[in-house]
Design a protein around this ligand. Structure first.
Ligand SMILES: [Zn+2]
Length: 123
């Protein structure tokens, strides 16, 4: 019966769960901010996430996510250090299905850009 267990584990991987608390998270949506909109969401555990639908603007999405985590306080956001002040996890995401793509970095051979989610938790 071992194989059956593994199959279940695999399908569990694709559920949209927060990497910090393992709760299912909501589909990203446009959240109004002071300047424009932030495309992402907030988990029950306090982690926030930003979505990059193209997988090509991660730097920008990361900065927006960090600012969102700091309630739009960019000055505070700039002073935070990864690992010390916050933790970050990057997930591959399928926006159409609202699923995470299993394997993550295992797909490195494929150069196709994928949608990404950046999860960030202030420590
Ligand atoms: Zn969470």
């Amino acid at each position: 019966m071992r194989w059956r267990r593994e199959r279940e584990d695999k399908s569990a991987l694709t559920e949209p769960r927060c990497p910090f608390c393992s709760e299912v998270f909501e589909r990203p949506c446009d959240i109004p901010t002071e300047l424009s909109f932030f495309y992402g969401g907030r988990c029950r555990c306090g982690a926030v996430y930003g979505c990059d639908p193209t997988g090509r603007n991660l730097g920008e999405v990361f900065a927006d996510t960090l600012a969102f985590a700091c309630d739009d306080d960019w000055d505070r956001a700039k002073e935070l250090e990864e690992g010390k002040d916050y933790q970050i996890k990057e997930l591959e995401y399928s926006p159409g299905e609202h699923r995470l793509l299993p394997g993550g970095r295992g797909y490195q051979g494929i150069r196709r850009a994928r949608a990404k989610l950046i999860f960030l938790r202030i420590l």
